[in-house]
Design a binder for this molecule. Structure first.
Ligand SMILES: [Zn+2]
Length: 68
C-alpha cells in the first residue's frame, strides 16, 4: 500500500551522508534527492493523504448507501 512516507521526497546530505527532508542540510550543504517524488514535501504529503482519505471516505459512504 502506498503511504505518504513512500511518496515523500527523500534527500541526503552528501557531506554528512545523513538522510533529511530539507533542501539544504543543517551543515549548510545542499542535499540531493535519493527517492520519492520530486518536490513532494511533508506538507504536500499531508494534503495528498487528506484528499485520499476524503475520497476513500466518500466511496465508503457511497457503498454503504448502496448496500444498505
Ligand atoms: Zn550535512
Amino acid at each position: 500500500m502506498l503511504t505518504g512516507a513512500t511518496l515523500q521526497e527523500r534527500r541526503r546530505c552528501p557531506a554528512c551522508g545523513a538522510g533529511t527532508e530539507r533542501a539544504v542540510h543543517g551543515c549548510g550543504t545542499r542535499t540531493v534527492r535519493v527517492g520519492g517524488v520530486p518536490g513532494l514535501g511533508n506538507d504536500a504529503v499531508n494534503v495528498l493523504c487528506g484528499a485520499v482519505g476524503a475520497l476513500a471516505g466518500g466511496a465508503a459512504a457511497l457503498l454503504a448507501a448502496r448496500t444498505g
